[in-house]
Design a protein around this ligand. Sequence first.
Ligand code: AMP
Ligand code: GLY
Length: 422
Amino acid sequence: MKVMVVGGGGREHAIIKKLKENREISELYALPGNGGMANDATCIDIGAKEIKKQVEFAVNNKIDYAVVAPDDPLVLGAVDALNEAGIPCFGPNKAAAIIEGSKVFSKNLMKKYGIPTAEYEVFDNKDEALKYLETAPIPTVIKADGLALGKGVIIAETREDAKAAVISMMEDKVFGESGSNIVIEEFLTGPEVSVLSFTDGKTVVPMVSSMDHKRALDGDKGLNTGGMGTVAPNPYYTEDIAKICMETIFLPTIEAMNKENRSFKGCLYFGLMLTEKGPKVIEYNCRFGDPETQVVLPLLESDLLTIMQACTNGTLADTEVKFKDGAAACVVMASNGYPQKYESGFELKIDDSIKDKVYVAGAKLDGGVLRTAGGRVLGVTDTGADLREALAKAYENVKMVSFSNAFYRNDIGAKALKAKGE
Ligand code: AMP
Ligand code: GLY
């Protein structure tokens, strides 16, 4: 069987490594992939947003199944285009991917169907937004409607900062057309939990919960990043809370999407905040999270391809989705300076003994030499009987990776251990 995965980061590397466990897969392609995953998949130089070329490649190479992992191609309709060419896919179609592609859509969906989320107002006019901010509760949260490379959310601690955020989005267009409409919403507090789920549009099966570490520096200091590390499971996400989430958030979301004729098939990511008034949705993503996938999939015991195909075929209810006991931890190693300016092109050495535990995000092969080529270079994962063991092993593995100007957080999982009383 020939399978292709669209995307080229650490998340895609984790998906590819997991898919490789299925013996029926004879050929595995990554579009574009990156030099660091060249041993696990054949990398094809077609970008994640080059949908026409993806379809051509899939047809010409008789691909049996495609996995579209990143948000951009999903929101642009890659699954629709591949399906039209007869290629079955894992991932939502364009109509359903809007749940991530438009914050205005997702907020209005939650309001219409009574799914708990922060109170909000939508604006398409800068002056009205500024007027609203004269009296809005502070802190407040300003969100660009469309995709903005994960940067479209600004938490404003003062009225002045809030107004500046509106002007930057609506007048200066720092996120382009993504900021033509904005959401201004209530600032919530509480522990955050990421829950990725498999769904075929009827059944929803949550994966093991996880915790991201978004800030660049130890102690949750520094700038927001794409994610500096993850742990799974998330100790704040108890069985009781999971039950509440299933009843008040997960099932109602699947049903709401069906009622809107936007049936969602694929991985639906629930970004949750556990507030004093119960779990609320902070964001939906129409895809696997990065770097959540790097801790969730290593704990998946069942076969990933079988589950993905069940999501496509509508047979998820009859398919086993089993996770291992224990825990996983992922430490992201980045280039010094990330998420701002950083240097690339340094030789990247990964000891053979840990190759199976490394998910490469930013690297390229240069005459047979692997070199850094991105802010987040790779994630080092390990699993253990408990979180403490998984973390200790992941940090040991970090020592087996070397490249100039490497930096990483030293406190991944510290908050989770504290929550467990350890
Ligand atoms: P996002 O880019 O949508 O992942 O949001 C980035 C981060 O902003 C989230 O992980 C939260 O920590 C924070 N955030 C988003 N919305 C809110 C909110 N309403 N209240 C408090 N924090 C928020
Ligand atoms: N780690 C957050 C995301 O994938 O959006």
